[in-house]
Design a protein around this ligand. Structure first.
Ligand SMILES: Cc1cc2nc3c(=O)[nH]c(=O)nc-3n(C[C@H](O)[C@H](O)[C@H](O)COP(=O)(O)O)c2cc1C
Length: 354
């Protein structure tokens, strides 16, 4: 059997294979509401055979959106369409996961196809942004407001309310987005966190908000459902967060009941990243040695490459983004290439054998 197509059980949830659709912003929502784009985008990847489909970064508050077109889960009214989407995913044999996110200082930006620039808070579609410290993302950008204690409590309450809504929306997995330079990453990174209170300075202080967010989510998220955390395993920058820090953090997260680390990297500061196929796999492997389950992501594009990662024990799941955009049926095609027989949707059965 191809290793990529061996099932895996995490908590009470059975995943039919090791292929995960990575969270990918679609910048296609209005006021956070999902619509038919999200249904078709996520739904086609369920039809395509991935075991787990994780929504794009879904904002826990309006000011936590990267752009005005991000998906959100900050209103009860968001639940109905999300439930339609999770029902479709589950009816088609995949598991629906949601990435809960707060963009921090990376919020209030234009959508990529309109240039990505920061939208100043006094401009249409712009708002004030918040972070660990008042350190702007880039030159010429408006600085975020340093979160005070009440602001930090609001962040935790927003994640908790979002987790309740995620459950009501039918999601079976939550992934907390603590990577790519978004709010929780801004707190644990010494490059963006310059605080002098109990949320800044030492390693223990900088990871405090992430641990508190996890604890508050766990108050409402069923213990039998998987809880994932996406980390930027390294910042690729002298003086920044390192893979050693990530390994140390992973041990703590495992003790706190986190099930799975999705091991990405970068995104908080400009850095030279040595891009090559599977360039982040080594981080998943290093973190996996702590005994926690991991996912490898980043420039994984072929069935053999993905199968090797599982076979050699570098990671427990393979998380793919751009290749899944190029080919929503990648899992079905990968199974054929690896000589593994998987069930195709009944409606497509006649196309299975060429
Ligand atoms: C269109 C697009 C949107 C993305 N949006 C998100 C996101 O919402 N959350 C996230 O954690 N990563 C996001 N990413 C990063 C991917 O999840 C993934 O980590 C990255 O693209 C590397 O994987 P790949 O080489 O398979 O594309 C996005 C990537 C793309 C291409």
């Amino acid at each position: 059997m191809a290793h990529l197509f061996s099932p895996i059980k995490i908590k009470n949830i059975e995943f039919k294979n090791r292929l995960v659709v990575s969270p990918m912003c679609q910048y296609s929502a209005e006021d956070g509401f999902a619509n038919n784009w999200h249904l078709v985008h996520l739904g086609s990847r369920a039809v395509g055979g991935a075991a787990l489909i994780i929504t794009e970064a879904t904002a826990v508050s309006p000011e936590g959106r990267i752009s005005y077109a991000d998906l959100g889960i900050y209103k009860d009214e968001h639940i109905a369409k999300l439930k339609e989407i999770t029902d479709f995913i589950h009816q088609n044999g995949s598991i629906a996961g949601i990435q809960l996110a707060h963009a921090g200082r990376k919020a209030s930006h234009e959508v990529p196809w309109k240039g990505n620039a920061q939208i100043k808070s006094d401009q249409p579609n712009g708002w004030k942004t918040y972070s660990a410290s008042a350190v702007p993302l880039g030159e010429g950008e408006q600085a975020p407001i340093e979160l005070d204690k009440a602001g930090i409590e609001k962040i935790k309450a927003d994640f908790k309310a979002a987790a309740i809504r995620a459950l009501q929306s039918g999601f079976k997995v939550i992934e907390i987005h603590a990577a790519h330079g978004y709010l929780l990453h801004q707190f644990y990174s010494p490059l963006s966190n310059k605080r002098i209170d109990e949320y800044g300075g030492s390693f223990e202080n900088r990871i405090r908000l992430l641990l508190e967010v996890i604890a508050t989510v766990q108050e409402v998220w069923p213990a039998e459902n998987p809880l994932f955390v996406r980390l930027s395993a390294t910042e690729w920058t002298e003086g920044g967060w390192t893979i050693g820090d990530s390994v140390q953090l992973a041990k703590i997260l495992k003790d706190k009941g986190v099930d799975f680390i999705d091991s990405s990297s970068g995104g908080n500061v400009k850095a030279q990243i040595p891009l090559k196929p599977g360039y982040q796999v080594e981080f998943a492997q290093a973190i996996r040695k702590t005994g926690i389950l991991t996912g490898a992501v980043g420039l994984i594009t072929t069935p053999t490459q993905a199968d090797e990662i599982i076979k050699t024990g570098e990671a427990d799941m393979v998380i793919m983004a751009r290749e899944m955009l190029r080919d929503p049926y990648f899992p079905l095609h990968a199974a054929r290439e690896l000589g593994h027989d998987v069930k195709w949707p009944d409606q497509y059965e006649r196309a299975k054998l060429v």
